[in-house]
Design a protein around this ligand. Sequence first.
Ligand SMILES: [Zn+2]
Length: 407
Amino acid sequence: MKCRHCYNSLENVFLDLGFAPPSNAYLTRNKLNTPELYFPLKLLVFDKCWLVQTEDYAKADELFSSDYAYFSSISQSWLKHAKTYFEMVQKRFSLNKESYVIEVASNDGYLLKNFVAENIPCLGIEPTASTAAAAEDLGIPVIREFFGVELAKGLVEEGKQADLIIGNNVYAHVPDINDFTSGLKAALKPEGVITLEFPHLMRLIESVQFDTVYHEHFSYLSLTTVNSIFSSVGLRIWDVEELNTHGGSLRVYGCHDDSERITSKNVNQILEQELEYGLLDNTVYQEFQLRAERVKNSLVNFLIEQKISGKSVAAYGAAAKGNTILNFAGIKPDLLPYVCDSAPSKQSKYMPGSHIPILSPDVLKARKPEYILILPWNIADEVVEQYSYAREWGAQFVIAVPELRII
Ligand SMILES: [Zn+2]
């Protein structure tokens, strides 16, 4: 297999999680007796450009055949994040009625609705029909396609170049990252700005966040790598911020390489940090598998100990992260009998691979588990607060990543 950025042969394995079904392929009861599709879940890294990427496998398109769609507006904290971002860019780039804003992967309009409210012309690009329809209901124009050079050129022909192009949590999900980045360049006005948010590979490695790995997530990115992808198409990163979303993300600011914008010292600072951490050296990548296995083994050990001593454990949060760790660890309903989730769309379904049933959080009060394992550790504080009544019967909250801990 060749690197998706520099096309050199990939030989170094960063992480091998075995085989797993797509993380969003939740099962209905009548599907439990039919075979599931498993795909290899393996990450490779090239030791020059340092792009960490999923291994190619056959039938990748079947991954996206699932009718499950994630609606961004479900998460209150994400809506708040979007609003804060809007206020910041409106001010920083003096956006007004004359401006033009494009968001790639605009989902259900969770972000662009802020621009519409202030009469700033905008366009969403979103291939998922159900979320695109929700955005259109909010008055946001949407093109229902995947973004790349071809689409960008079409926009330019229609005179639709942007002052601001936004990509929140889409960059890591793009199979052809070079084509996507060239598209950004093509659709950008001469002094326009691109902002992209993506999980920071350095935080993933530091906090052993191997459970953020899943098939639909093609690339795991450092600033070093994104910098080189941007340069290769004639774009320049002129500023960068660290965010605490998704276990630690970066927000990069891009412009044309001949733009008048001055490059902030933040860019060099984070590039230096990555160098010091060892992101430009194979050792850090080679050690990761063993660190992930240690976390997995501690969780399995914990569940077996509770089983032997007759204590009950429930899980909370039927998120993609949960599926990755449960399938890697081979955990089934004998060790973890149910997962609670507040999303009605998931309730009464089963986790892919592990077949653990997903129930409403109401069952916690009836079953009074002794431990509640929070699978999406990134929202652990919210979960503990929301279900603090479980402490009344002596329940303890547990997270497994970066190490097994009672919180
Ligand atoms: Zn490469």
